[in-house]
Design a protein around this ligand. Structure first.
Ligand SMILES: [Zn+2]
Length: 322
């Protein structure tokens, strides 16, 4: 049995050893709860998601009607991760599997073909959403010309569309819960709208509108939404190694724009970020795409909003916003 991060929609549910008396109490209470609820334990919806934002969205919508778990192990990088046989088993035994799309999770293609569960609902979150083509920056490889940007969760309006899709699938699987799912979705979408306003206001008047990321180009949607310009050292995937020429180009652009901040993402090696920062005398700040969490972040219960609020602070600081 492979250990995996296991989450409940309700994060407060924790397993604890029970003594006899409390066990009886729990049994009696569960019976009462069972009678008052349409959903028995075996009806609990089992949802698996590929990336962390989808996990949080699914949890927010399903509330206590199901259990959501993340396919990626803590700290794993979504573009480059390779699934194990046990991951196929996890997807196969789920009621709903949610992923972004083949441009983010190319490894899923093989998995989804070998899944043998006619009851499994598969939700491709990016379906029907028009994806951005890779930013026409000069640092891409010739063989990547058709690449599209799959990091759609970094547009908080698209996130609301994804929430609606999750609500629809959950309601199909469990129609009795549909009004609760809708209500939960509404609450979460309202939080996303507030976050969007906070970004819009926070990034309205800044000295710089160009930011350089010494990682991969994950922030294209965010840049588009708030009228910023992203320059990234890597392409859309962190494993596309930049050439010396690309490195020099980024340094020149930084000098041209008089940029004194370089952003760094924890999941990608920081060696080249340091080279650039030393070359142009810039400080290094963190931007986190939030596709996955580290073990420590999981333990401390970091949320999508925590990550996005930190990114906003980091951007305001680096771009010198009023
Ligand atoms: Zn990425």
């Amino acid at each position: 049995m492979i250990k995996r991060a296991h989450f409940f929609c309700n994060q407060n549910k924790r397993k604890r050893p029970l003594n006899r008396l409390s066990l009886i109490l729990v049994l009696v209470l569960s019976l009462l709860v069972f009678q008052s609820s349409n959903l028995s334990a075996s009806d609990e919806i089992n949802i698996v998601t590929s990336v962390f934002p989808l996990k949080e969205f699914a949890e927010a919508v399903c509330g206590d009607r199901g259990e959501v778990s993340l396919l990626l192990p803590p700290g794993a990088e979504i573009h480059t991760w390779k699934p194990r046989p046990s991951d196929i088993v996890r997807i196969s035994s789920a009621d709903i599997f949610i992923y972004i799309g083949r441009d983010l999770e190319p490894w899923l293609h093989g998995i989804l073909r070998s899944v043998k569960n006619p009851k499994l609902r598969i939700l491709e979150a990016s379906q029907g959403i028009s994806l951005m083509e890779e930013e026409s920056h000069r640092h891409q490889h010739a063989d990547e010309h058709e690449a599209v940007d799959p990091h759609i969760w970094l547009d908080f309006e698209i996130d609301q569309i994804i929430i609606d899709k999750i609500t629809a699938v959950l309601s199909e699987v469990h129609p009795e819960g549909s009004s609760i799912f809708k209500r939960n979705a509404g609450i979460y979408k309202e939080k996303l709208q507030k976050l969007d306003i906070k970004y819009r206001e926070g990034l309205r008047s800044c000295v710089h509108r160009t930011f350089i990321i010494g990682g991969h180009a994950a922030f294209g949607y965010l840049a588009r939404r708030y009228n910023l310009h992203q320059i990234s050292l890597y392409g859309l995937s962190p494993d596309s190694k930049p050439t010396a020429k690309q490195l020099i180009e980024v340094i020149e652009e930084a000098k041209e724009h008089k940029i004194k901040t370089i952003y760094f993402e924890i999941a990608v090696s920081d060696d080249l970020t340091r080279v650039i920062s030393e070359e142009i005398g810039a400080r290094i700040l963190v931007l986190n795409p939030g596709a996955n969490l580290s073990k420590e972040q999981l333990r401390s219960g970091v949320t999508f909003f925590d990550i996005m609020e930190k990114n906003l602070e980091s951007l305001k600081h680096g771009l010198i916003c009023k």
